[in-house]
Design a protein around this ligand. Sequence first.
Ligand code: SAH
Ligand code: SF4
Length: 344
Amino acid sequence: MVQKQIKGLNLDELTLLCEENNFSAYRAKQLYHWMYRHGVDDVKQMENIPDDMSDYLSDRYQFKTLEVENIQSSKAEDTKKILFRTHDAKFIESVSMIDKNLHTVCISSQVGCNVDCKFCATGLMGFSRNLSCGEIVDQIIEITKLREEPVTNVVYMGMGEPFLNYNQVIKSAQILHDPHGMNLGRNRITISTSGILPKIKQYISEGQPYKLAISLNATTDKTRTEIIPINKKWTIDMIMKELEKYPSDKKNMIMIEYVLLKGVNDTIQDAQRLSSYANKLRCKVNVIPFNDIGNEFSRPDEQTINRFIDVLHKNQRHYQTLVRWSKGVDIDAACGQLSTAHHD
Ligand code: SAH
Ligand code: SF4
């Protein structure tokens, strides 16, 4: 019998599944709780599910969508990169970072990515397929089993462009946020996009409660189009106009990500333009010194990075400035270094 995926179904879908198969509707809540609250993927271990129901479901449904293929541990900090294999033998990576009492998991939303940013290893591997909601939440469930510390934060900053897999990404975030699911606060879930304008509009108009991060990465359309080709269609001004509609508050500020590339976007003028964009929003500016992926780009020297940050600090009115010295550089787990091209 061909098995279907049950992981990723929300409560309404599980209720329908129970009703269609003549199980009481309240069983859906129990299944939901076991799957997402307790991370149990063997239906036989779900104590309050009767035997006839667990036999029926285990014959027809897969409760686990991913297998751990490999784990790499950083020597410098408590960061691990996990390589997962999907049922159709695709490979994706996630990163688990523990720092004091924070356990942040960086998850993938697609196998590869077709946005083609020139500085990103995932972009260079091309696109294979979207991940299902089940595969997205399973990255966190599997990492919870591997680590002692509970997951406190989730960032959609691994492989893929989350807004090109909008429905599955939003559905997974709902399960992460739901008090009956993984119960993570809305401010502990961050979705990062390279600027897919129609989906940014949809996200804001739907009032999605999760943190939004935008990879701006350049301050002129000319440079941005060179390094992020979709900027030709959706320009900086078009994105800014949309972001100005975002209802930022102290607890929920937009994050502007800015990968600092030597000789491309690292001048004082760039820093000034970036601060004037940021001052129009209530936001955090996250400067990410480029992480090497073995192509033509490189990281500016420390003096240039510090000069850039100084200008941001000096002009800071409505934003905060952060520098993200990425974790896991020694295991290629840092921002933009995720790629499973060699596993295909
Ligand atoms: N596709 C989404 C999320 C994944 S990329 C997006 O582009 O926003 C997560 C972050 O890593 C983005 O801000 C991206 O600009 C940054 N990034 C990509 N390649 C990088 C690299 N080589 N060094 C540093 N940051 C990089
Ligand atoms: Fe895709 Fe983001 Fe990498 Fe660009 S930076 S290629 S959108 S994963």
